[in-house]
Design a protein around this ligand. Structure first.
Ligand code: SF4
Length: 958
């Protein structure tokens, strides 16, 4: 048995872990008592990490496919790298480097991050390299830079032990950072300390506090300005000292004057005397520490919220001393490391700025890859906008699950489906985002690779490889290096191991605020984790700015004048509640890792928490299923009531994605409002309406509607017949169904009568049992439905059964069901044709499986573009046939369902090809005609974009 030191990969606490390994397998793990930050502490997630390593759904090999509607095919690493490099090369040649984007992750190691950033910004020359830390820490980054001229917290974990007063704002660290919470509690047990928690919910952290300021959601800036106003008004500010120590006092004083404590109390809905008391306590404390997390960051005023908090420290001198200072609680394990390498689209490596000519020149010299892009690049949510506009064509997602985590989730799904190439580099398959990918690349995960992470207190630690990665999974940096080499820069990406990557990164930190030139893998191995700044020949510094000097032009920290503004969305009669989101205990982000550990799944289905008064008003009771809707989408959830919420607000765990909740997941609800400085989205505040979920169907139409009502009634669904004009007023919780017995076009016109978000669905009830079987799923999804049909018949071949619409009412796609061999007419563009047996990309036959059809109707599988049949002579003996949909009457039976054939153009070979192809259910058919096997395998099959093929080969239509 060997013991290997590592670091927990979940949150920014950065707990040290000792992994016990026997014969290449993890036998046990425990907290590392020698880790200086966490001293052996581990929470439930960290102590169950072993369960995330050898799961049955690890992605083991590269997988490729031409289109997301098709099944994946296993590929070699060289083929996968060539596919990714080819897609990047094509996009940059045709649309410029900005058409390529990388979306990285705070779960990556610093070495991975560094390599990705060098590849994206340095070699590909796209500024669009952003990270999921945009959703997490970017408001804090922006506020640190405004105050101190550089990113990174001034304080350290030792301050948790030494603080006399702790102000916790927008963090439920009892559940999100449990090891730090335990340390804080142990410190309070040893020596008295007073905790004030600012949170709209009475969380577990608030329960443990001495004072809970339960503010109205989104009013933190008013509270903090009201506290500052109190300090000025009561003479608790040494203005001479503050003016000497800080820049910006005059402007700050003016901003504070606009928010007397009484006004703050009215805005926050907290008594004025408690605001004043909190201010006095903070100013008079021997050592006041503040901690915060996403409650401040994930806001359209996130940067101002954090600035207002830092301002309080600067104003009162509560900084740079043991136990005093602002200390952000980093969300992800290596969000800090990602910021060090410049993983955000808005900055360059090692805390350099895009508009700093000298900083740019330093990076350019260091990388030797020529001029950097003009920058800055697109941030996470802006990337989605750019994909929708087709400005970005290629997206490479690494170690992240943006489909589940970005706001306005339904729009994100539509956008991702528009990409020419979506590469997802992941540990597991399936994931929500991976389901839309063209290329899946298997990554080595925790305990399977070596590299560094920087935790919330700037401590860099070395996570060591303990076991080999499964299958062909590889460290992420190696994949970036391979693609860099394939794109023509093998020397720049010629590292032999992760320590060489780290050394290159470290050299770029020289002379910067985060100088860590004393560090290397060997140094970390010998000396253990260490804080930056740590210059060569110097010493590591745990607490920054102890001398009052920081990285602004005059060396003084800046007081930033901020003003209160309401969140982007305010409640209205239509959406009367404010939805807050957060974590379930013991779960992590979109659960692509923690969700695979059965022991961590303590709670049942996610539930919507409401104040009892709001539940009564909405007509829902505990245990009942509610439909929760925002202006962007809706989902159904069981309700719980909780007096821990303020009246007028609701709470929902954000973890689930479309794989788990296909009818609607939490992040379909929030909008795209961004903080103007940090570009962080306002995930923590969404207006919603809650109503009982549909339990009744209102049907309008002719005799067919009677038949539908009877069938639904037999299935236990309450169905009521109404006139078409009465549908709109059918009331909340009622699914509106139009049953049209006219032709399709006539039915289309009826869609105007079917109001509701998400796009109506048209069902052809003449097509057999599937459409009717689909109704309960649609009912569950709360989707408006329009139906048509002439009479009840077994499914005729090639019959249209469902279509779905885009947000603007444009028709986005359609489903045809039936055993069509010869369809009566070509399906329209954008039509997805389903063959019995799943010939075109479905792993299960459609017939009798309404869940598959339901997922299609919801748009989870984007429509497959209708291809014309194209024949490309590759050589005198080989022909490449693009035989997409529709095939036409002349198509041979053997070609059915085949997108791409490569065959030998000779009698025997062709016969062999047809036979093999007919036996496959693949979108892309490989061909192994004996005489041509070697040659055919050399043909690149999986990128069957007909336009691209046409551009490369002379095409002869057949
Ligand atoms: Fe520590 Fe965070 Fe991992 Fe829990 S999740 S063990 S607190 S690093």
């Amino acid at each position: 048995m060997s013991a290997v030191r590592s670091i927990c990969p979940y949150c920014g606490v950065g707990c040290g872990v000792v992994v016990e390994v026997r014969r290449g397998r993890i036998e046990a793990l425990r907290g590392d008592p020698d880790h200086p930050s966490t001293r052996g502490g581990l929470c439930a997630k960290g102590s169950r990490l072993a369960g995330t390593v050898r799961t049955g759904d690890r992605l083991l090999h590269p997988l490729l496919r031409a289109r997301p509607a098709e099944p994946f095919r296993r590929a070699t690493w060289p083929a996968a790298v060539a596919r990714v490099a080819g897609g990047i090369r094509r996009a940059t040649a045709e649309h410029g480097p900005g058409s390529v984007a990388l979306y990285l992750s705070g779960q990556l190691l610093t070495e991975d991050y560094y390599a990705a950033n060098k590849l994206g910004k340095g070699l590909i020359k796209t500024p669009n390299v952003d990270t999921n830390s945009r959703l997490c820490m970017s408001s804090t980054v922006a506020a640190y830079k405004r105050a101190f001229g550089a990113d990174g917290p001034p304080g350290c974990y030792e301050d948790l032990d030494l603080a006399a007063d702790v102000l916790i704002a927008g963090s439920n660290l009892a559940e999100t950072h449990p090891v730090l919470f335990g340390r804080l509690r142990a410190a309070r047990a040893r020596r008295s300390a007073h905790w004030t928690v600012v949170d709209p919910r009475r969380t577990a952290s608030a329960e443990a506090a001495d004072e809970h300021l339960q503010i109205r959601p989104g009013t933190d800036v008013a509270l903090l300005l009201g506290m500052a106003w109190t300090l000025f008004e009561e003479g608790l500010v040494d203005e001479a000292r503050a003016g000497r120590a800080c820049a910006g006092l005059d402007g700050y004083r003016v901003a504070v004057a606009a928010m007397p404590a009484g006004r703050a109390a009215a805005i926050c809905e907290v008594p004025e005397d408690r605001i004043r008391a909190a201010a006095r306590r903070f100013a008079r404390s021997p050592a006041a520490l503040s901690l915060w997390c996403q409650g401040l960051n994930q806001s359209s005023a996130g940067t101002d919220k954090v600035s207002a908090l830092i301002d309080l420290h600067l104003l009162t001198g509560q900084i740079g001393r043991p136990g005093a200072g602002p200390l952000s609680l980093t969300g992800q394990a290596n969000a800090m490391g990602g910021r060090e390498v410049g993983g955000l689209a808005t900055e360059l490596a090692c805390h350099r700025e895009w508009d700093d000519p000298e900083g740019r020149a330093q990076v350019e010299r260091h990388w030797g890859l020529g001029r950097l892009p003009d920058g800055p690049g697109l941030t996470a949510v802006e990337l989605v906008d750019a994909i929708e506009r087709r400005q970005v064509r290629v997206l490479w997602v690494v170690c992240s699950n943006p489909l589940a985590s970005l706001p306005d989730g339904a729009a994100v799904r539509s956008a991702l489906a528009r990409l020419d190439l979506l590469v997802v580099q992941e540990l597991y398959h399936p994931t929500d985002t991976g389901e839309l990918a063209h290329v899946l690349l298997p990554a080595a995960g925790w305990a399977e690779k070596t590299g560094t992470l920087t935790n919330s207190e700037r401590v860099v630690g070395l996570a060591r490889r303990a076991v080999p990665p499964p299958g062909e999974a590889r460290p992420d940096w190696e994949v970036f290096a391979d693609v860099g080499a394939a794109l023509g820069a093998p020397e720049a990406f010629g590292w032999l191991d992760a320590s060489q990557v780290f050394d290159e990164h470290v050299r770029l930190t020289a002379g910067r605020d985060l100088d860590m030139t004393a560090l290397s893998h060997a140094a970390l191995e010998a000396g253990g984790p260490a804080s930056w700044p740590y210059p060569a020949g110097g010493r590591p510094r745990a607490r920054r700015y102890e001398d009052g000097r920081c990285h602004t032009p005059d060396g003084r920290p800046r007081l930033v004048a901020v003003t209160f503004r309401e969140p982007a969305e305010e409640p209205s009669p239509t959406y009367p509640l404010r939805l807050l989101t957060g974590r379930e205990p013991d779960q992590w982000h979109t659960r692509s890792r923690s969700g695979r550990v059965a022991a961590l799944r303590r709670s049942a289905a996610p539930r919507l928490a409401l104040h009892p008064d709001d539940a009564r008003r909405a007509g829902v009771s505990p245990g009942q299923t509610a439909l929760v809707s925002s202006p962007r989408g809706s989902l159904r959830l069981p309700v719980v009531t909780s007096p821990a919420l303020r009246p007028g607000s609701a709470f929902l765990p954000f973890h689930a994605g479309p794989v788990e909740q296909p009818a609607g997941w939490p992040n379909v609800l929030p909008g795209r409002a961004l903080d103007p400085v940090s570009r962080q989205p306002e995930l923590k505040h969404t207006v919603v309406r809650v109503e009982p979920a549909a339990s009744e169907v209102a049907l309008a139409g002719g005799p067919l509607a009677d038949a539908v009502a009877a069938r639904l009634g037999a299935a236990g669904v309450r169905a009521r017949r109404v006139k078409p004009a009465e549908l709109a007023g059918a009331g909340p919780g009622v699914l509106r169904v139009l049953v049209a017995e006219a032709d399709l076009d006539g039915a289309l016109a009826w869609w105007d009568l079917a109001p509701g978000a998400g796009g109506p669905v048209l069902l052809d009830l003449a097509a057999g049992p599937e459409p009717l079987a689909l109704l309960p799923s649609l009912l569950a999804a709360g989707r408006p439905v329009a139906c048509r049909g002439e009479r009840w018949l077994p499914a005729p071949a090639g019959r249209l059964v469902a279509t779905w619409l885009g947000p603007g009412g444009d028709r986005r796609g359609a489903v045809v069901v039936g055993g069509a061999r010869r369809r009566p007419r070509p399906a329209p563009p954008g039509t997805l044709v389903l063959e019995p047996g799943g010939a075109l990309g479905l792993e299960r036959p459609l017939s009798g499986d309404p869940a598959v059809l339901a997922s299609l109707v919801r748009g989870e599988l984007p429509a497959r573009a209708a291809l014309r049949r194209v024949v490309v002579p590759l050589s005198p003996h080989r022909t490449l046939v693009l035989a997409g949909d529709p095939l036409g009457d002349e198509a041979s039976d053997a070609e059915q369902g085949v997108d791409l054939l490569v065959h030998e153009d000779s009698g025997a070979g062709v016969a062999q090809v047809w036979r093999l192809a007919a036996g496959r259910t693949l979108g892309v058919a490989a061909v192994v005609a004996p005489a041509a096997a070697r040659e055919v395998e050399a043909v690149w099959l999986s990128d069957a974009d007909p336009d691209a093929v046409r551009s490369q080969f002379p095409v002869r239509a057949r």
